[in-house]
Design a protein around this ligand. Structure first.
Ligand SMILES: *Cc1c(COP(=O)(O)O)cnc(C)c1O
Length: 383
């Protein structure tokens, strides 16, 4: 069980605000904030190079922290500056030829789909089942040896569902396709175990459910994939002589030399914090709050919850009859409640299929109290 008083004491922002936007950019807990502030302070005293070298061991330890957190080996972890950067770095390393098929989820995130479309790839959305999740049977029927890549969104940016991963990975692997898991909305919210789920590549962000600073991301590339980066810099390879260089082993080759050291330290602190609470406990607490949110919202006149999936997560999406989503968001903000708006342009296949244009999104993390969720539902009645 999450100790609500303790996590709230660690989260200064959650007292004045009913914070329901951890799917957007969450409130970092005190240990993360301390780490970032202390490092910036140190940079101001001794300069960035010296400050980083003082924390070299802690930065190096970050790979093992994330390996434990995401179910892989430390050398399979690369730190990046966003989930999209991770995803693009992986895509760039996958060699796709004309005629190769790429499958995506119907809830595919715009940045993933746009990158593929811009490169001229033919992408095929895997149909959804009657609950809205990836239809595993339909996938089985549509794969063949020409499928080289399956991009799977674990938890879509809106819609509330959790996609089956293991089943999809098994089918993809049966025809030799790679599985790239977009775990941007699941890392920090649900257990993400790369080895257990059988996925080849995982991309994720720091700022959402993990509660790390902005400008942080992670990429896992499993050894078995043998994926090597195309675009490299001086940290990804060692230039030994004018005509000889050696690529860094493992996922390290996907990193660049320059990064925000304070943010990286904050990202590592955030993963340690999540593990100290227990990811299963976090998942249970988030589920419970999302369930309460859906049930209270369903009683508010004019509110329609638009969530999908038989397995649901901490993302609750809804609209209010006769009110624009932005108006709902702004009126709630005036009452000290933070939600966000999710647009069709973020998930075209899914939203178009459902005839939706935009939705209000509320994403309660474990530090939100039941009383605050009730206050949110009351405020909506007002709105
Ligand atoms: C937010 C989001 C991303 C992109 O994450 P960035 O850190 O902004 O690059 C990717 N996929 C999903 C499902 C998301 O919700």
């Amino acid at each position: 069980m999450i100790d609500l008083d303790a996590v709230r004491a660690d989260t200064p922002g959650c007292h004045d605000l009913v914070f329901l936007d951890s799917a957007g950019s969450s409130l970092p807990p005190a240990p993360v904030l301390r780490e970032v502030q202390a490092h910036l302070q140190r940079e101001s005293e001794v300069g960035g190079y010296r400050a980083a070298s003082e924390r070299a061991d802690d930065l190096a330890a970050g790979y093992a922290v994330f390996a434990e957190f995401l179910g892989c080996e430390p050398h399979e972890v690369a730190f990046t500056d966003s989930a999209t950067r991770s995803w693009l770095a992986a895509l760039d390393a996958i060699s796709l030829k004309p005629g190769d098929r790429v499958l995506v989820t119907e809830a595919e995130y715009h940045s993933n789909a746009l990158a593929l479309l811009h490169l001229g790839h033919q992408i095929e959305p895997i149909p959804s089942d009657e609950t809205g999740a990836v239809d595993v049977q339909a996938l089985k029927a549509m794969v063949d040896e020409r499928v080289k890549l399956v991009s799977l969104v674990h938890v879509p940016t809106n819609g509330g569902l959790v996609n089956p991963v293991k089943e999809v990975a098994e089918i993809a692997h049966s025809v030799g396709a790679l599985v790239l898991l977009d775990a941007c909305q699941s890392i920090g919210q649900l257990p993400v175990d790369a080895a257990g789920l059988g996925v080849d590549i995982v991309s994720g962000t720091g700022r959402k459910w993990l509660r790390a600073p902005r400008g942080t991301g992670v990429l896992v590339v499993r050894d078995q994939v043998g994926l090597r980066p195309r675009l490299i810099d001086g940290t990804a390879a060692l230039w030994e002589s004018p005509d000889k260089f050696t690529l860094s082993p493992g996922a390290k080759g996907f990193e660049l030399w320059e990064y925000g050291v304070a943010e990286r330290l904050g990202m590592i602190a955030a993963a340690r914090y999540a593990m100290s609470l227990g990811i299963e406990e976090i998942a249970a607490a988030v589920q419970e709050r999302a369930k309460l949110t859906r049930s209270l919202l369903s009683e508010v006149p004019g509110v329609t919850v638009h969530d999908l999936g038989s397995r649901q997560c901490g993302i609750v999406t809804f609209d209010v009859a006769g009110r624009e989503a932005e108006e709902v968001r702004d009126r709630l903000w005036e009452r000290g409640i933070a939600v966000t708006v999710s647009y069709a342009s973020s998930t075209q296949y899914d939203m178009t299929r459902r005839g939706l244009d935009k939705l209000v999104r509320a994403s309660p993390h474990y530090f939100v109290s039941g009383e605050q969720i009730a206050r949110f539902a009351d405020a909506l009645t007002d709105v």
